[in-house]
Design a protein. Structure first.
Length: 182
């Protein structure tokens, strides 16, 4: 029996990296998902309102926009939507906010289609996750602190820079760098 679009679970994929979207869309379609793709928050909201998705994969940083706003909107449309927040700029502060807003999982890039599908279908925490024996490095602690202050100021870089007693451009440069792993 042939599967139709109606049988396929719908995933909303929102990321500003068009190449990544095309590759992931193809991989998810091979796994029998209907994939809606947007490269900005407004288009993501439009697609979600038009065709409510069961699942969503949302990049944390979509251009200069925050994927957290989209998570909030998706949950307001349907609180059963399973959402994976995907990011190359992972921090504890953004992970906590994503989960508080309704994301069910938080993955760091690079993540492949299998990892994403597993995360979309994982509804419970894992108490067997290992706890690191090493404390975070000073550079990683700085990154985490900057992210926390930025979240406290609703993503407003100027306000966060004032709170940190730092020049706005200095903060922007620090935020544009990839975080140190440990």
């Amino acid at each position: 029996m042939m599967s139709t679009e109606m049988d396929k679970p719908r995933i909303l994929l929102v990321d500003d990296d068009i190449t990544f979207c095309n590759v992931l869309k193809s991989a998810l379609e091979k796994r029998h998902y209907e994939v809606l793709v947007a490269t900005n928050v407004a288009d993501g909201i439009f697609l979600a309102e038009r065709d409510l998705p069961e699942y969503a994969v949302i990049d944390l940083r979509i251009g200069y926009e925050s994927g957290l706003e989209l998570v909030k909107k998706l949950i307001s449309l349907d609180d059963n939507t399973q959402i994976v927040m995907l990011t190359g700029f992972a921090s504890i502060a953004t992970a906590v906010e994503a989960i508080k807003l309704g994301a069910t999982h938080y993955l760091t890039k690079p993540a492949n289609a299998d990892e994403i599908v597993n995360a979309l279908n994982k509804n419970e925490g894992d108490s067997s996750v290992s706890i690191s024996e090493n404390p975070l490095s000073i550079k990683r602690l700085e990154w985490e602190h900057l992210q926390k202050v930025l979240m406290q100021h609703d993503g407003n870089i100027s306000a966060a820079a004032r709170a940190l007693n730092m020049h706005r451009r200095t903060l922007q440069r620090k935020l544009d760098k990839k975080p140190v792993r440990e």
